[in-house]
Every structure is written in C-alpha cells, then in structure tokens.
Design a protein around this ligand. Structure first.
Ligand code: ADP
Ligand code: MG
Length: 217
C-alpha cells in the first residue's frame, strides 16, 4: 500500500524556510512592484517577517503540532511586519493553525480547509474581494484549486502545485485591474497596468508550500 503524503510539523517548518528563501530571492522585484503602486516596502516587509518566523520556529522547544507552529508564525508576522501584509498574513496563518486543531498529520482535504480559513481571515480583516487587486486575487483561486484537487486522490504535491499555478494566474490577472483596497487604491486609475505586490508574494508563498510538500511525496 502506498502511504499518502501528509503535511506534518516538519513540513510547516520547511515551508517557512522556503518562504524565507523565496521572498529574499524576489525582494527587489516585490519592492519594485510596490514602488509602482504603493510605498516600495513590500519586499522588505516580507523578508523581515519570514526571517523573524524562522527565528521564532528555531527557538521553539518541545514537539509542537502543525497548528501550533502556524499560530506562532502568524503571531510573529503580526508582531514584526509594519505594513498591511503583516497583519493580513499573520491572521491568515493563525486562522489556518486554529483550523488544524491538534491534528499531527494533515491530508489534502484538511489542508484545503486550512487555506480556506486563511482566506476567510484575510477577507474578514481587509474586506477585499476578488478584483480589488490584493492578496485575495491570488489566494482565492488557489484555495478553490486546492479544494477541487483535494477530492481527486492525486498526490498532495500535485494538488498544491495546482493551487500555486492558480495563485500565479490570479497575480498576473491583477495587472489590468484598478486597486480598490490598500495603499494602491489611493492612486485610482494610475494603479492600472501594474501587478499587485501582495498577490505576487502570495503566489511565491503557494509555490514554497508546493516545494515543502513535495519532500513528503
Ligand atoms: P503597505 O501597503 O502597508 O505598505 P505592504 O506593502 O507590505 O503593506 O503590502 C501591500 C499589499 O498588501 C498589497 O499589494 C495588497 O496585495 C495587500 N493588501 C493591502 N490591503 C489589503 C486588503 N484590504 N486586503 C487584502 N490585501 C491587501
Ligand atoms: Mg508597501
């Protein structure tokens, strides 16, 4: 019998390392995107946040469950990132962690539930909907793709790859949009023609999850 890959505590730690590497590698691009329609700090914010997350996880003793780890990550982002993305991703990870309860092994359906919870938290806090040119434009299609793929019985990494592809497509689709939430909305029509930085980093975060999960397959 083939054992289905699951997300475990080690996967969450690996995901956060991958996030840190990914946002550091794309820091200048994220900052340039934010310089075009915001205040040019998104790359710096994400790097600072995930660096702090890595440190917080390294300092955690005991044998924390995946949900507990995600709650720690979320609290760390809220505490260390000054920009809008900190509280938004912070509450998203906390909500994802809470949705996992005390599960030690997370299958595709449960992971899809956690991403749904993350999306719901971001929408609750930021009141954005798809089309507003925000994180939601990448995360909502990713959550939907993961939910759809979770029911098909394919390897978990394939399901997460589908979610990451949907996030990338959602991020690209923000280019022609006019921002209706966040700092970019102050620009009105001048926000058109630029990819949203937060949607862009969201796609990086979903690709990072795919890499972390691939190790389990
Ligand atoms: P700030 O805008 O405070 O400088 P960042 O530059 O780190 O913060 O993040 C900007 C990103 O935050 C935007 O590109 C957008 O994707 C996201 N964002 C801003 N407001 C919202 C909101 N209300 N809901 C969802 N995402 C948002
Ligand atoms: Mg900014």
């Amino acid at each position: 019998m083939i054992t289905e890959a699951t997300v475990r505590s080690a996967t969450i730690t690996a995901w956060m390392t991958e996030n840190s590497v990914a946002v550091r590698g794309q820091r200048d691009r994220l900052t340039q995107l934010d310089a075009a329609i915001g205040d040019g700090d998104h790359g710096i914010n994400m790097v600072r946040g995930f660096d702090a997350v890595e440190q917080a996880l390294a300092g955690q003793g005991g044998d924390p469950l995946p949900g507990q780890l995600l709650i720690t990550c979320g609290k760390t982002l809220v505490a260390t990132v000054g920009g809008a993305s900190g509280p938004l991703w912070g509450s998203a990870l906390r909500a994802a962690g809470r949705s996992l309860g005390d599960a030690a092994e997370i299958d595709a359906a449960r992971l899809a539930g956690a991403v749904d919870a993350a999306l719901a938290a971001i929408k609750d806090l930021g009141a954005a909907v798809v089309g507003d040119k925000t994180i939601v434009d990448a995360l909502e299609p990713a959550a939907a793709a993961l939910r759809d793929a979770a029911g098909t019985g394919q390897p978990l990494s394939r399901s997460v790859a589908a979610a990451a592809a949907a996030a990338e497509e959602g991020a690209r689709a923000t280019v022609p949009l006019q921002a209706r939430k966040g700092r970019a909305s102050y620009l009105g029509a001048r926000s058109v023609g630029h990819q949203d930085p937060g949607a862009t980093s969201t796609a990086l975060i979903m690709r990072a999850l795919e890499r972390a999960v691939s190790r389990e397959d």
